[in-house]
Design a protein around this ligand. Structure first.
Ligand code: NI
Length: 136
């Protein structure tokens, strides 16, 4: 079995705010990330698949095809969007890096013919803010 990783990048806005909590509690928990106008990040995504190398093609999966699937299922939906306001899964789940990774896993699972989705890694890069969200 061979592991194969493909990287993609996207930019998106988000904020962290739980309507069940008070304003003060949201600020205590999420700091400046609680500002409901949102702020932006550049995200780096790594998708790892596992499978056997096809003896004819020499591929686990065709990287071009994997790139297309990531583009269609994730980048086209998330890139230059406000995650809280425009992406269905974050109407109910906070768009933390952890939840973004879970959502991407669900979007890609069973979409990659001939290989098994093995790892989804999401990096939130500081962009408009100097700090990472969660470090408030
Ligand atoms: Ni953030």
């Amino acid at each position: 079995m061979v592991l194969l990783t493909r990287r993609a990048d996207f930019s998106a806005s988000h904020f962290y705010y739980d309507d069940a909590l008070s304003e003060a509690e949201n600020v205590r928990l999420f700091g400046k990330c609680a500002n409901r106008n949102g702020h932006g990040h550049n995200y780096t995504l790594e998708v790892t698949v596992a499978g056997a190398v096809d003896p004819v093609s020499g591929f686990v999966v065709d990287l071009k095809r994997l790139k297309e699937i990531i583009q269609q299922e994730v980048v086209a939906v998330y890139d230059h969007r406000h995650l809280n306001l425009e992406v269905p899964e974050f109407k109910t789940a906070m768009p933390t890096t952890e939840n973004i990774a879970i959502a991407i896993w669900r979007r890609l699972e069973n979409k990659i013919d001939g290989a098994k989705l093995t790892r989804v890694r999401v990096y939130e890069m500081p962009d408009l803010y100097a700090d990472y969200c969660g470090e408030a």
